[in-house]
Design a protein around this ligand. Structure first.
Ligand SMILES: Cc1cc2nc3c(=O)[nH]c(=O)nc-3n(C[C@H](O)[C@H](O)[C@H](O)COP(=O)(O)OP(=O)(O)OC[C@H]3O[C@@H](n4cnc5c(N)ncnc54)[C@H](O)[C@@H]3O)c2cc1C
Length: 373
C-alpha cells in the first residue's frame, strides 16, 4: 500500500496517477482536503512568464513551462488524471501595465521569448480594460485559472474510498527505515510519501538521520469586498520588479464580489500589521484598476505560509522537490501548477507492489472550503 500523507494538490494528483496505474494507495488528511495552501492559492496555472518579468527566462520559468499544457490535457480528460469536471475561472490570465511603468518595462516587452508566450490584445476586447482611462499595455497568457472548489470536488469523486481523515503523528520504523505511519485513528503499514505541506517539517523532525529541511515563506493576502461589481479580473499588474506588483483573482460568494490580492503586495505585506496592509491594499487596487473605480466595502487580511524545501538564500525553489530519506519519499511542489511534475518524479521511485488494496475503516476526509472566504 502506498500511503500519501496530506490531501492538498500534491497528494491528490499523485493518488490519481497511482489509481490510473492500479497501484493501491490512500491519502491521509488531518483537516479537510485542499484546505492548506491549495484552496488558499489563486488557482493560476503558471507557465513561468510571471517569473521572467525582467525579460529573461530563469531556470524556474523553463521548468514550469510545460505545466499549462499538462493541466489542459487533464482538464480535457486526456492523460492519466481526468479533470473534466473542473471548472475554469478563466481560460487565460491577463498581464497589464499602467501607463506610468510601461516605459520601464521595455526589457520585458522587447524580449522575443516573452512575445512568443503571450499575445498583445486590444483593451476594447476585454471588459475590465475597455475604458478610455486605461492607457497601458495589455497581454493575454494562455494559462488557465482554476475554480479550486471544483478541483477538490473532482479529486474527491475520482478517489472515492481512498481519502481518510486522520492526523499522522509519527512513523513506524524498522532498522531505521520508515515502514508505515502512526495516526490519530490507528497505525498503517506501507510505503510512505509525504505531501503534507507545512506539516511535513514537524513530521521529519521525528526521524533520525539527514532529512531535507523545510522553509516557510509567508504571504499576507488581502481580500477586498466590493460594494458594486466590476468586470471580472484574473491576472497580474506589472511593476518594475521581477514579480507582479499585484495578482488579482475575482470571486463571487452569496451575491457579493471579492477580489483576492497577491503578488508583491502580499510578499511585502508580511512586514506590515493588518491595519497598514489594509490601507496599502486599498491604494494598490485603486491604482491597478483606477479606471474601474473599485468601490471597496471591506478589506480583510489573510496570512498563510508557503512550505518548501530550504534554499540557500531562502528564495522560491525552481521546481517541484522530491527526495528520499530513511525510505520515506519527501515532496513539496512549490507551486500548485507543478503538482504533475511532482508526481512524475515520485512514480519512478516507487517499488512495484503486488498487494491488494486493504483500506482502513477510518473516517472519510471532508472537502475543504476557501480558507480566506
Ligand atoms: C496565497 C497563496 C497563493 C498561491 N497561488 C498560487 C497560484 O496561483 N498558482 C500556483 O501554481 N501556486 C500557487 N501557490 C502555491 C500552491 O498553493 C502550493 O504550492 C500548493 O498548493 C502546495 O500543495 P501541497 O499539496 O503540497 O500542500 P497543501 O495544500 O498545504 O496540503 C498539505 C495538506 O497536508 C495536510 N497535513 C499536514 N500535516 C498533516 C498530518 N500530520 N497528517 C495528515 N495531514 C496533514 C494539511 O492539512 C494539508 O491539507 C499559492 C500559495 C499561496 C499560499
Amino acid at each position: 500500500m502506498k500511503i500519501i500523507v496530506g490531501g492538498g494538490i500534491s497528494g491528490l494528483w499523485l493518488a490519481a496517477e497511482l489509481k490510473s496505474r492500479d497501484i493501491p494507495c490512500c491519502v491521509i488528511e488531518k483537516n479537510a482536503l485542499g484546505q492548506g495552501q491549495t484552496l488558499a492559492s489563486q488557482g493560476m496555472i503558471h507557465g513561468g512568464t510571471k517569473y521572467a518579468l525582467d525579460g529573461r527566462l530563469s531556470k524556474a520559468a523553463n521548468e514550469i513551462r510545460a505545466m499549462p499544457s499538462r493541466w489542459k490535457k487533464a482538464l480535457k480528460g486526456e492523460g492519466s488524471v481526468d479533470l473534466r469536471s473542473v471548472q475554469l475561472a478563466r481560460e487565460d490570465q491577463l498581464l497589464w501595465s499602467v501607463e506610468s511603468v510601461a516605459a520601464k518595462l521595455m526589457g520585458f516587452f522587447a524580449s522575443k521569448n516573452m512575445r512568443s508566450r503571450m499575445e498583445r490584445i486590444d483593451p476594447r476586447n476585454e471588459a475590465a480594460f475597455n475604458h478610455p482611462e486605461f492607457k497601458g499595455h495589455l497581454y493575454r497568457l494562455s494559462e488557465p485559472v482554476l475554480r479550486l472548489d471544483t478541483l477538490i470536488e473532482a479529486f474527491t469523486e475520482l478517489l472515492d474510498g481512498q481519502l481518510f481523515h486522520a492526523k499522522v503523528t509519527g512513523f513506524l520504523t524498522r532498522n531505521g527505515s520508515v515502514i508505515g505511519i502512526k495516526t490519530s485513528a490507528g497505525q498503517m503499514l506501507g510505503d510512505v510519501i509525504m505531501t503534507a505541506g507545512e506539516g511535513t517539517g514537524s513530521l521529519l523532525s521525528t526521524l533520525d538521520g539527514r532529512c531535507p529541511q523545510m522553509q516557510l515563506r509567508p504571504l499576507a493576502m488581502a481580500v477586498c469586498k466590493l460594494a458594486r461589481p466590476i468586470p471580472q479580473v484574473f491576472g497580474h499588474q506589472l511593476g518594475v520588479g521581477s514579480t507582479p506588483k499585484l495578482s488579482v483573482s475575482t470571486h463571487e460568494f452569496e451575491g457579493a464580489q471579492y477580489l483576492y490580492l497577491g503578488g508583491q503586495l502580499a510578499e511585502e505585506g508580511v512586514h506590515l500589521d493588518d491595519h497598514n496592509l489594509r490601507h496599502r491594499a486599498v491604494c494598490a487596487l485603486s491604482e491597478a484598476l483606477r479606471w474601474l473605480e473599485p468601490a471597496i466595502e471591506t478589506t480583510r487580511i489573510f496570512r498563510i505560509n508557503r512550505a518548501e524545501p530550504s534554499t540557500d538564500e531562502g528564495n522560491r525553489p525552481d521546481t517541484a522537490f522530491v527526495t528520499k530519506c530513511n525510505n520515506l519519499i519527501v515532496t513539496w511542489p512549490t507551486k500548485l501548477a507543478l503538482a504533475p511534475a511532482l508526481a512524475d518524479q515520485v512514480l519512478p521511485m516507487l517499488g512495484i507492489t503486488s498487494d491488494s488494496p486493504s483500506h482502513p475503516h477510518w473516517p472519510i476526509a471532508p472537502k475543504g472550503i476557501y480558507p480566506w472566504a
